[in-house]
Design a protein around this ligand. Structure first.
Ligand code: PMP
Length: 355
């Protein structure tokens, strides 16, 4: 730390992204990326757009915003595009939370929420999930505090029905409820249509998972136009050109090729079913998932040990050291070949360990 880092941030513990090692060619099942490349139209459009990089991009993201609005059946001014959904989440924490407006989230959920809270000096309250890692919605009914829920949740993959989301949103009319739908395209139903009924609902989404654009950094928020106006105030006070030229065109083309991406989601769901069953057959306990990953543990092998042994065999999964989930690994669903390689590697590990 330098002598100049202000007290405000000196104790901040930043978010740790999933590892991206370069020492060998891993099968990457650790950061919930899509195993499928962007559609050829996306790559082509990005290549052409590169010739215009000397010019600033459209700060309003006009075409992209229209396309996102169209997909979700909402108005243009009910959408804000951002640099990944991490950015819209941070904007929302900045805009709607402070010392007098704390935020509440689950003990086992996306690790960035507590970092956004700390970064912005926002008090937060943690509500433990039930033993099976599901949300007890009674914990969120009429609590009169801002709320953020990942749905499906990460790293568990557990999904909360839209009707339950609606109960939470409607019972906290004077507080913001953020529903983080990073993984909604893998079997869930978006709550975005509820924004016309509830002015306190902000739904966030991303192109990182189902639309193969993790490296492009594209996210968005959907909410009542006044919420979006507030979020725009934050955007234009931090980085008006937050979504770069290449990413804007990539997002537009991705939505024009929606069929390709929705087909990929179907394949991921199929591969997820295969993986759940194969892991189950090997004696794993797998939490039923509606995301592009599964969260699984096995009594026969320690979670950290399995992670290390898989890495040694060239397969990366994500292990968290947090006490409550240290027995588990989060495994991204990739292609069928990748999942078969995973299962074969686990069988080998078991054999080598005499399990
Ligand atoms: N929310 C959740 C629950 C996530 O797991 C992630 C991915 N790390 C994000 C949001 C952020 O994704 P991105 O910034 O790539 O859109």
């Amino acid at each position: 730390m330098s002598r100049f880092f202000t007290d405000k941030y000196s104790k901040l513990v930043p978010y740790t992204p999933g590892e991206q090692p370069k020492d060998m060619n891993y099968i990457k099942l650790n950061t919930n990326e899509s195993p499928f490349p962007p559609s050829s139209e996306v790559s082509e459009a990005v290549k052409n757009e590169a010739n215009k990089l000397q010019l600033y991009c459209d700060p309003v993201c006009t075409e992209l915003t229209s396309k996102i609005a169209e997909l979700h059946n909402v108005d243009f001014n009910e959408v804000l595009a951002t640099n990944g959904s991490d950015e819209i989440l941070n904007f929302a924490f900045m805009a709607f939370c402070d010392q007098n407006n704390p935020i509440v989230f689950a003990d086992i959920t996306y690790g960035f929420y507590s970092v956004f809270a700390d970064l912005n000096n926002i008090p937060y309250e943690i509500i433990p999930l039930k033993d099976d890692f599901s949300i007890d919605i009674n914990d969120y009914i009429g609590i009169n505090k801002n709320i953020v829920i990942a749905n499906p949740n990460a790293p568990t993959g557990k999904y909360l029905e839209k009707a339950d989301i609606e109960k939470i949103v409607s019972s906290n009319p004077n507080n913001i409820v953020i529903i983080d739908e990073a993984y909604i395209d893998f079997g869930g139903e978006s709550a975005s249509t509820l924004i016309h009924k509830y002015d306190n609902l902000l739904v966030t989404g991303t192109f990182s998972k189902s639309r193969s654009l993790a490296g492009g950094r594209l996210g968005f928020g959907i909410g009542n136009k006044d919420l979006i106006a507030d979020l725009n105030t934050i955007k234009y006070s931090t980085n008006p050109y937050n979504v770069n030229r290449l990413t804007q065109i990539a997002g537009v083309k991705a939505l024009e090729n929606n069929g390709y991406y929705m087909n990929n989601c179907k394949t991921i769901i199929k591969n997820r079913e295969y993986t759940e069953k194969a892991l189950d057959d090997l004696g794993f306990y797998v939490i039923p998932s509606k995301a592009n990953f599964v969260f699984a543990k096995c009594d026969k092998i320690d979670g950290g040990e399995l992670y290390k042994k898989l890495k040694a065999k060239g397969i990366l999964v994500r292990h968290f050291t947090k006490e409550r989930i240290k027995d588990y690994n989060r495994i991204t669903i990739g292609t069928m070949e990748q999942m078969e390689a995973l299962i074969a590697a686990i069988k080998e590990i078991f054999k080598e360990a005499g399990i």
